[in-house]
Design a binder for this molecule. Structure first.
Ligand code: ZN
Length: 271
């Protein structure tokens, strides 16, 4: 199976790899190793480009989807020559042959898109933790995008004053500049030692035996982390990197279930 490098280092956005398998309809490639994040855990896939190493850069593809099945599949489309005629990309009418297995490729991830996902994902961990701590509201789902996010939690109804308090607390935690770190742990140990309301291990498929744990540091004088969650997504390394967060609204998701919408301040229209 493809070595999933983004689990060990979620800051890398350029890397080289070898093509292992090529599939068509749609065109997809499997690499021996990848930093491309596949859609999962409420986080959208990465985008970027792949080019063949050592042939003058004539063949280049855009990565338009990344999917995790038995391994990681990168769906690719030839880069249109018209968009950038001087970079040696081929004519769109005659797309390059797909890279053969064994081909060395240089990969570049859209860093802005990745950074936005990492910021939203880390904000979601803070929000889940504070809703549990301060409202006894357990997170039941989440979805983030590059410019907004939402989170569902078991709760009767958040009043406007609650939303104000949630937003203020979120921004305190951001401003605290708390370290975010990750490590792996086997499932048995995790189930025996971690708070399962927080880690949500029960929601993971039984096939997953090794978990990636993501921790957000507690206050200066605390030994316990503020949050500790099993998560395979990408995150920033310090909560300060999230930037200002705005709670943009709420709605009823179902009986005793609330949906909270939030966005980074730079993605909220000033009005
Ligand atoms: Zn996460």
């Amino acid at each position: 199976m493809t070595e999933r490098l983004y689990l060990a280092d979620d800051a890398v956005t350029a890397f080289e790899a070898t093509v292992e398998r090529v599939l068509s309809d749609p065109d997809r490639i499997v690499l021996d190793r990848t930093h491309f994040y596949p859609t999962g855990g409420g986080q959208p896939h990465d985008a970027g480009t792949i080019r063949v190493v050592g042939d003058g850069g004539t063949a280049r593809w855009r990565v338009v989807d990344v999917e995790m099945r038995d391994t990681v599949y990168h769906e690719i489309e030839p880069v249109n020559a018209a968009a950038d005629p001087d970079d040696g990309a081929v004519d769109a009418d005659e797309p390059p042959a797909l890279p053969e297995p064994g081909t060395e490729v240089a990969c570049e991830i859209d860093a802005d898109r990745r950074a936005a996902h990492s910021r939203y994902h880390t904000a979601q961990h803070l929000l889940s933790a504070l809703l549990l701590d301060e409202f006894d509201a357990r997170t039941t789902g989440n979805q983030l995008y590059h410019d907004r996010a939402r989170l569902d939690a078991e709760y009767d109804r958040f009043a406007d004053a609650d939303l104000d308090r949630i937003e203020a607390r979120l921004n305190e935690l951001v401003a605290d500049g708390r370290a975010v770190s990750s490590y792996t742990m086997d499932r048995e140990t995790a189930e025996a030692t971690l708070d399962t309301d927080r880690t949500r291990i029960d929601l993971l498929p039984d096939s997953i035996e090794e978990l990636r744990i993501v921790e957000i540091a507690g206050a200066d004088d605390a030994n316990e982390p503020y949050d500790r969650t099993a998560c395979a997504g990408t995150h920033v390394s310090n909560t300060a990197d999230i930037g200002e967060v705005v709670v943009t609204g709420r709605e009823t998701k179902g009986p005793d279930e609330e949906r909270v919408r939030f966005a980074l301040a730079e993605h909220v229209d000033a009005d």
